[in-house]
Design a protein around this ligand. Structure first.
Ligand SMILES: C[S@@+](CC[C@H](N)C(=O)[O-])C[C@H]1O[C@@H](n2cnc3c(N)ncnc32)[C@H](O)[C@@H]1O
Length: 264
């Protein structure tokens, strides 16, 4: 029989997940194919993170949200040092879950970093990142959620406090000097080649051995996948990619790779 504290923690986090996904009130969704056009709630899409919910606080779907929770819990259970960060937070849902995990385990010495422009995605910088040529993410206003709205979302769960740090601005500007020493978990959700590369190049060396690197869009956007593959090849990262739900993947950092790894 699990002890009552474990049962309560599990029930709390289960309910947080359902609220974040809004599988409770089942809101409509829109998506990239016809932004702005509302369609009826589709449980399969919400499970797989294939929609842009009109109300729910995350678009990553039930499978990737559960995976995030499990990896965060594993990092805590195994004492992997460091904070948690997501680069690309939208309405904040995945970060709210991370803060809830810390709360559920009574952890007060780790923080959740939420990095975002809070204005949507950048225009492609095709000179520096030719792979992003033609990328239309910056045109989707659905992806631009103001900081105040994200903070209000944290507050709705009673989870807005000084263990949450917002890094507002483009990743290329905020990540290099971010006040982060070590990370137990790095979650990349910036869709584009540039955004994914910025997260990896500025934060990977801060990930502790045993820490997790999660890539939301590996199977969804070819540019994200290319950025991850290029980075892993340049840094000779050999830890295997683990498939989450055919779209998201993660790997566990087990070996320190040379920081300015040989480019090939
Ligand atoms: C797909 S959404 C993230 C979804 C979110 N993780 C969730 O739980 O629903 C992508 C987010 O990344 C942000 N973003 C992408 N590239 C960025 C960049 N280079 N700098 C700052 N923010 C960026 C966008 O503003 C947007 O909020």
């Amino acid at each position: 029989m699990p002890d009552p504290a474990t049962v309560a923690r599990t029930l709390y986090l289960d309910l947080i997940e359902r609220c974040l996904l809004n599988t409770i009130y089942e809101d409509d969704y829109t998506d990239w194919s016809q932004p702005g056009v509302a369609r009826k709630f589709d449980p399969l899409k919400r499970q797989r993170g294939l929609d842009w919910p009109t109300v729910a606080h995350t678009m990553i779907g039930q499978l990737r949200l559960r995976n995030l929770r499990e990896l965060a819990e594993q990092a805590l259970a195994q004492g992997i040092p460091g904070d948690f960060i997501e680069t690309g937070v939208w309405r904040g849902g995945a970060c709210i879950l991370l803060r809830a995990v810390l709360k559920a385990y009574g952890v007060t010495d780790r923080r959740v970093f939420a990095a975002d422009s809070f204005e949507g995605l950048p225009r492609p910088n095709t000179e520096a990142y030719p792979a992003d040529t033609g990328d239309a993410h910056h045109t989707f206003r659905e992806l631009a959620i103001p900081l105040e709205q994200v903070q209000a979302n944290f507050a709705k769960y009673g989870l807005l406090d000084n263990q949450v740090v917002f890094l507002k601005g483009w990743f290329k500007d905020t990540l290099p000097g971010a006040p982060i020493e070590r990370l137990a978990l790095l979650r990349l959700d910036g869709d584009m080649y540039e955004s994914t590369t910025d997260g990896l190049s500025h934060l990977y060396d801060k990930v502790s051995l045993g820490g997790f690197v999660i890539v939301d869009d590996y199977g969804a956007t070819p540019n994200c996948r290319r950025a991850v593959d290029d980075f892993r090849r340049q840094r000779r990262i050999a830890e295997p990619l683990v498939n989450i739900d055919t779209l998201g993947v993660y790997w566990r950092k087990l070996i320190r790779s040379p920081s300015n790894g040989p480019s090939d």
